[in-house]
Design a protein around this ligand. Structure first.
Ligand code: ACM
Length: 543
């Protein structure tokens, strides 16, 4: 009887512990200990060096925002302290490993890189109570942890709908809180050019505004007839780049080419092979304002008026990229390359002559020539390109990294050719797809419930060990045709971002959706603490 009583007691206490400890993404190893650490007004944070101070600042900002206080930074540990330290501890695949030890008197986080120490802070945040309470207790625990993939990304399309600077920063915080490290910023589109380029002021004067937006699904039931504008100044971009760097997040800017370029063409019609032709309006679309000349698009989809592969265009793109490279320290620049119809190149005498002159096979070869020329330029400046998987067609640029979005086949083909790959297949990580069969808000369509994201494995079984190493990681894409405001973006990324963080960080062998859902109970409360919108329907496949 006594034994049963103690067994029951042990079970109850282990249940209460496992409810308290619900770290997402799940660490490689966690050992639960007895006791707790209490954060009080006496607690100090010991953080030496610039980088540890960055991690400390992040934690203090978080404590300020959600619990209303900050910790003092001290040089020496006292009787109750949180210590952030970067030193070599144990090795892992990616190098960014940290350990964390929470005991009664101290929380010690030791990273073997600065970013690893920062990731330790994210784990600490996951141990904080999810309700604002007078007593901030952390359960005692030991953690050893490191990420599965080097590239852990989230994209945001600010072309279809411009997102305010403050939200872009919030989005970067969401990335950081999930131990992710790449923000792919999709800055140019048919519906808006969002980055100030000093040499070409019309890109933002003209290209950052459209006269209206269709209502409802393409082609729409009408047009809202409202001017829709927005862009980031270079000063704002510098601010965001620093904000991201302080969170160990690299921003990869995307300047789309040769397709999805209507906004740039509206600003500088000579970029088109047919500068005198008015912009085509898609069938069924109700248009707002002037229908003549080159216009910024007001509906979604793919448009035939693309960059002409002329010397004027190449000079323009090189100038634009020069300014982009000045702003973004990222080694990678994304050059798009997706969904470029060849209709205009086929009927352009200039393009047909160019194909002959360069000895190219066809228009696919011309696209390949286009991307390779841009790659050569960027490589000469010490940068590397990423392109959507269409850049494989007609021959891949020699040093390009492929972002595989039309399933995984492009990624598999690229890895087999020993090119780096980032997996972003539509069926697993397109966060613009509906989350539930019962989704009642307007989305682009598709169906991607939480469980499908959770069980995604970015390393395809078709690749042998030598090829697998070319898969750098994965990324979720957030296309904003049907997300006109930050709240809708939040609703579409949460809770799927939590599942993605586990795909990218945690060991694949440990996957267990029921365990994840158990840990999500605390995470939903944390979303409430953050005051973000999230979806609660469509958790399991089929729902
Ligand atoms: C894409 O979704 N067009 C890359």
């Amino acid at each position: 009887m006594r034994n049963i009583f103690f067994a029951l007691l042990a079970l109850i206490s282990s249940v209460s512990y496992s409810q308290e400890i619900s770290i997402i993404p799940k660490p490689v190893k966690e050992t639960i200990k007895k006791g707790e650490f209490v954060i009080s007004s006496k607690t100090v944070m010991v953080a030496e060096g610039e980088d540890a101070k960055k991690a400390a600042a992040f934690l203090n900002d978080y404590l300020q925002d959600f619990y209303g206080f900050q910790l003092k930074i001290a040089n020496q540990p006292g009787s109750n302290y949180i210590q952030l330290l970067t030193k070599k501890i144990f090795s892992s695949g990616t190098g960014d490993s940290y350990s964390m030890d929470v005991s009664k008197s101290a929380v010690k986080i030791e990273g073997n890189t600065h970013e690893a120490t920062f990731y330790g802070v994210q784990t600490l945040i996951q141990l904080l109570p999810v309700e604002k309470s007078a007593k901030l207790k952390l359960p005692a625990i030991e953690v050893e942890d490191y990420p599965r993939f080097k590239y852990r990304g989230l994209m945001l399309d600010v072309g279809r709908h411009f997102m305010p600077l403050d939200f872009v920063k919030k989005y970067i915080d969401f990335i950081a809180l999930h131990k992710m490290n790449r923000f792919h910023w999709h800055l140019t589109e048919d519906q808006g050019w969002r980055i100030e380029i000093k040499k070409y002021p019309k890109l933002t004067e003209i290209g950052s505004c459209r006269n209206g937006t269709i209502i409802g699904h393409h082609p729409g039931t009408g047009n809202d007839n409202e001017k829709n504008c927005g862009y980031y100044t270079q000063e704002q971009i510098r601010e965001v780049v620093k904000y991201a760097a302080d969170r160990y997040i690299t921003i990869i800017p995307e300047i789309e080419m040769p397709g999805h370029s209507s906004a740039a063409i509206a600003a500088y019609p000579q970029l088109s092979c047919f500068p005198d032709e008015s912009t085509a309006i898609a069938k069924g679309v109700t248009w707002a304002g002037d229908t003549t000349g080159k216009q910024v698009q007001q509906s979604w989809g793919v448009y035939d008026d693309v960059y002409c592969p002329s010397e004027y265009t190449f000079k323009f793109l090189e100038d634009v990229l020069d300014e982009v490279m000045q702003l973004f320290p990222s080694e990678y620049i994304h050059v798009g390359g997706d969904e470029c119809p060849k209709t205009n190149w086929k009927r352009s005498t200039f393009c047909q002559n160019l194909i002959k002159e360069k000895g190219l096979k066809d228009e696919e070869g011309l696209q390949s020539y286009f991307i390779q020329r841009i790659e050569k330029y960027l490589n000469s400046k010490g940068k590397r390109i990423i392109g959507w998987d269409e850049i494989l067609e007609g021959g891949i640029a020699p040093n390009a990294t492929i972002m595989s979005w039309r399933g995984e086949s492009g990624g598999i083909a690229a890895a087999k050719q020993h090119h780096n790959v980032i997996m972003t297949p539509g069926n697993y990580v397109y966060f613009d797809h509906a989350q539930s069969k019962k989704e009642d808000s307007l989305t682009i369509g598709g169906y991607l419930p939480l469980e499908t994201v959770y069980y995604y494995n970015p390393v395809p079984a078709e690749l042998g060990p030598a090829e697998q190493k070319f898969v750098l990681g994965a990324q979720a894409n957030v296309w904003t045709e049907y997300m006109s405001n930050p709240g809708k973006v939040e609703y579409m990324i949460f809770p799927r971002l939590s599942a993605l963080s586990e795909v990218l960080w945690s060991p694949n062998a440990d996957k267990n959706f029921d365990d994840f859902l158990q840990r999500m109970q605390a995470q939903y409360k944390r979303y409430d603490l953050w005051n973000v919108k999230y979806n609660t329907k469509g958790i399991r496949k089929g729902e």
